[in-house]
Design a protein. Structure first.
Lengths: 277, 379
C-alpha cells in the first residue's frame, strides 16, 4: 500500500473537507461579527451571543425542542426495542415478513407524506395539536431507526445467554430485564441518541403536526430566516454546532478508551492458560 | 470411570431394584419433516456420569436440550424422578445446563454470575454469599470473584460456567461439549477435574461430546447415537471390547473390519470364509449363528501381533507386506497389505528404542491373533 503523503492526497483531502466544512466555518466566523449586516465584516464581537440569551422567543423554542426530543426519543427507544426484539426473537409467525418490512417503511417515506398523514389523523380524531402531537409524530418516525439499530445488535446476540438465564430460574421477562437488556444497552442508548438528534433537527414533520401553542427551534429559525438572516441565528447555530461536536468527540473518546482497556485485559487473561499449560 | 477394587462396583443399571433418575419413554422429536430423535427409550440413574456420543447431527444435542426444556417433545415422555417434565418450563426444572459457549453474563462479575441462579431460588439472601464462596473454592477461583468474564482466561471461564450451573445443586447437570473450546493439554486436566467434582458433589452428569476419548475417560456409561437412535448404551470398556455393531466398533477407536461369510458352526466357535485363497478366520461368536450368514469380523489393531516368522501358538496367521508404518512415539501402527489387497492394522507398543526395531517397509511379515481376540458382528 502506498503510504506516502502525495500532492494528490493533500489536494483531495483539502477539497473534501472544504466542501464539508466551509459553510459551517463561515457561519461560525460571522457569528462573531460586530456588524448587524450578516455579510459585512466589522470586527470581532460576542454581542449576538448576549442578545440571544435575552431573546425569550428563541429560548422558549429551544426548551420546547428539548422537551419534545427527550420525550419522543425515550418513547421511541422503548417501542423500537420491543419491535426489534419481537422481529428478531419472535420466531416465525403469520405475517412476520410483512411486519419487518412495514417497520422499516417509514425510513424511506418522504417526510411530507408522514407529516401530512399524521396531521390528517390528529384532525380526524380531534386531538388538540401542540407539544403532545409533535412527540407522537417524532416517536412514529424515529422508532424505526431505534428498531434498526437494536435489531442489528440482537442478531449477533448469543442466544444461549438468554437460555442460561432461563435455565438458572428466570422467567422470560426477568431474563430479558436482567440479561438481555444490560447487554444490548449500548445499542438502545445509541438508538435513543439517534432518535434524539432526529427529533432536534426535524422541521417538516413538526410543522405539520404542531399547533399554535408549540414552536420548535428549527421552526423558529426557519420562520425568522424568511424575514432575513440575523446574526443572532448565526450565534445560535454556532452554539448548536459546538454542542454536537463536543458530544461526538467525547463519545468516541470514551468508546475508544473502553475498547482499548477491554482488549488489554483480554490479552492478559489469555496468557493465564498459556502459562498454566 | 475406573472402579477401585475394594469398593462395591457402581452399576445401578444392572440392579433391577434401582429406580432411574431420568427415563426417556419412546421419545420422538421432529423438526418439520426431519426426525431428530426417533422413538428413543433410555434410563439414566442417579450419580451417573453419562456420556452421549455421536457424530454431529446425530441428535445428542437435541436430546440434551429436551432435558433442559429448550425443546418440546413431539411424542413420548421424559420422566425426571418419576414425573413427566414435558410441560415444565426450563426455569422450573431441577436441571441445570453448562453451555458450550459457557454463556457467562458479560456484565456481571464471576461471583455475581455464580449467584445469579441462587438469587432466583428459595435460598435465603444471607446464605447466598457463603454458597458462592463454596462454589468458588470448588473450582479454585477464589481470587477471581470480582473479575468480569472477559478478564479471565478460557480455562477459568469454563470453571466459572461449571460453578454457576452447580450452584443451585441441581438433580441433574447437563454439559454440552464442556471442554470443546479448550486446548488438548488443558482439556485432559479438566476431564479429571470434572470427574473429581462429579464425585464430590454426587450430582448426576449428562455430557454431550463428539470426542470419544473424552467420553471414555469421564463416563460411567456411554451411549453411542446415530441418526436419532441409540445404537449401544454400555460401560466404556464394554463399548470398546464388545461393540454390538460395525457402526459402534468403527466409531469408537480404531478397528480392522473384514467382511465374510460364516462357514461352519460348532457351538460358539465359527470359521469365517472371507477371500479366495486366504485361510479362513476362526473366531468365537454368539451362539446359534447359521452357516452362510454374512458377517463382519472386527479386531482391534492392538490385538493383532506382527512377526517375521509364522507364529505357531495362535489360531489365525495371515501373511502380508508392510505398506506403511505410523510412528506415534509410544506405539507404532503397521499397515500390512495381504495378498488379496486387504489391509490389516497391527499396533505394537514401542517398548524398545527405535534402533532395535527389526521390521521396516516392504518386509514380508505375518499378522496373527487368537480366536477370542476379535468379534463376529452381524450388523
Amino acid at each position: 500500500m502506498n503510504r506516502k503523503f502525495t500532492l494528490f492526497n493533500a489536494t483531495s483531502l483539502t477539497l473534501g473537507f472544504a466542501f464539508l466544512y466551509l459553510p459551517m466555518l463561515i457561519l461560525i466566523i460571522y457569528s462573531f461579527n460586530a456588524s448587524k449586516l450578516v455579510t459585512v465584516w466589522a470586527g470581532f464581537s460576542t454581542r449576538w451571543y448576549g442578545e440571544l440569551l435575552q431573546n425569550d422567543a428563541f429560548l422558549d423554542a429551544a426548551w420546547v425542542t428539548i422537551k419534545v426530543a427527550a420525550m419522543s426519543s425515550t418513547l421511541a427507544a422503548i417501542l423500537g426495542t420491543m419491535a426489534a426484539y419481537v422481529l428478531v426473537r419472535g420466531g416465525r409467525f403469520m405475517g412476520r415478513t410483512l411486519f419487518s418490512g412495514m417497520i422499516y417503511a417509514p425510513l424511506v417515506m418522504p417526510e411530507v407524506i408522514t407529516g401530512l398523514s399524521l396531521l390528517l389523523l390528529f384532525i380526524s380524531i380531534g386531538l388538540d395539536r401542540g407539544i403532545f402531537t409533535i412527540v407522537l409524530a417524532h416517536t412514529t418516525f424515529s422508532m424505526c431507526f431505534v428498531s434498526v439499530v437494536v435489531s442489528s445488535r440482537l442478531v449477533t446476540f448469543d442466544k444461549s445467554l438468554e437460555e442460561a438465564a432461563l435455565d438458572l430460574g428466570c422467567s422470560p421477562l426477568d431474563a430479558f430485564v436482567s440479561v438481555t437488556l444490560p447487554i444490548i444497552a449500548p445499542a438502545v442508548i445509541s438508538g435513543w441518541l439517534l432518535a434524539f438528534t432526529l427529533s432536534l433537527d426535524d422541521l417538516v414533520i413538526a410543522s405539520f403536526t404542531t399547533g399554535p401553542s408549540a414552536t420548535t427551534l428549527p421552526m423558529k429559525i426557519f420562520s425568522s430566516v424568511r424575514l432575513g438572516v440575523s446574526p443572532e441565528i448565526n450565534a445560535l447555530s454556532t452554539i448548536m454546532i459546538s454542542i454536537v461536536t463536543v458530544g461526538v468527540i467525547t463519545a468516541s473518546l470514551i468508546s475508544k478508551r473502553s475498547i482499548a482497556r477491554k482488549q488489554g485485559e483480554e490479552r492478559t487473561a489469555a496468557t493465564v492458560d498459556a502459562s498454566a499449560a | 470411570m475406573a472402579q477401585p477394587g475394594n469398593k462395591p462396583v457402581f452399576a445401578p443399571w444392572n440392579d433391577p431394584h434401582q429406580k432411574p433418575l431420568i427415563q426417556f419413554k419412546n421419545v420422538t422429536k421432529r423438526f418439520g419433516d426431519f426426525v431428530a430423535i426417533d422413538d428413543l427409550t433410555l434410563d439414566i440413574y442417579a450419580k451417573e456420569f453419562f456420556a452421549l456420543l455421536g457424530p454431529s447431527g446425530c441428535g445428542k444435542t437435541t436430546l440434551m436440550r429436551m432435558l433442559a426444556g429448550f425443546e418440546n417433545v413431539t411424542r413420548g415422555e421424559i420422566l425426571l424422578d418419576g414425573q413427566d417434565i414435558a410441560r415444565v418450563p426450563p426455569n422450573k426444572r431441577a436441571v441445570n445446563m453448562m453451555f458450550q459457549s459457557y454463556a457467562l453474563f458479560p456484565h456481571l462479575s464471576v461471583a455475581n454470575n455464580i449467584a445469579f441462579g441462587l438469587k432466583r431460588s428459595s435460598m435465603p439472601k444471607e446464605k447466598i454469599p457463603a454458597r458462592v464462596e463454596e462454589m468458588l473454592r470448588l473450582v479454585h477461583l477464589e481470587q477471581f470473584a470480582n473479575r468480569k468474564p472477559h478478564q479471565i482466561s478460557g480455562g477459568q471461564r469454563q470453571r466459572v460456567a461449571l460453578a454457576r450451573s452447580l450452584a443451585k445443586a441441581p438433580k441433574l447437570l447437563l454439559l454440552d461439549e464442556p471442554l470443546g473450546a479448550l486446548d488438548k493439554k488443558l482439556r485432559q486436566d479438566t476431564q479429571f477435574e470434572l470427574m473429581d467434582i462429579q464425585e464430590k458433589t454426587g450430582t448426576t452428569f449428562v455430557i454431550v461430546t463428539h470426542d470419544q476419548e473424552e467420553a471414555m475417560t469421564v463416563a460411567s456409561r456411554v451411549a453411542v447415537m446415530d441418526n436419532g437412535r441409540m445404537i449401544q448404551v454400555d460401560t466404556p470398556d464394554r463399548i470398546y471390547e464388545t461393540p454390538n455393531s460395525v457402526y459402534v466398533a468403527d466409531f469408537i477407536g480404531d478397528v480392522n473390519l473384514i467382511k465374510g461369510r460364516i462357514e461352519s458352526s460348532g457351538g460358539d466357535n465359527y470359521t469365517i470364509q472371507w477371500a479366495e485363497g486366504q485361510a479362513p478366520i476362526t473366531a468365537a461368536g454368539p451362539q446359534g449363528l447359521t452357516s452362510g450368514t454374512s458377517c463382519h469380523f472386527a479386531i482391534r489393531p492392538e490385538k493383532v501381533a506382527i512377526s517375521a516368522e509364522k507364529p505357531t501358538d495362535r489360531s489365525n496367521a495371515l501373511q502380508g507386506k508392510i505398506l506403511d508404518i505410523a510412528y506415534l512415539g509410544n506405539v507404532s501402527t503397521y499397515h500390512v497389505e495381504l495378498a488379496n489387497g486387504q489391509i490389516i492394522k497391527a499396533q505394537v507398543a514401542n517398548n524398545r528404542r527405535i534402533s532395535r526395531r527389526d521390521m521396516t517397509w516392504d518386509d514380508n511379515v505375518w499378522v496373527s491373533f487368537t480366536d477370542t481376540a476379535g468379534l463376529v458382528l452381524l450388523k
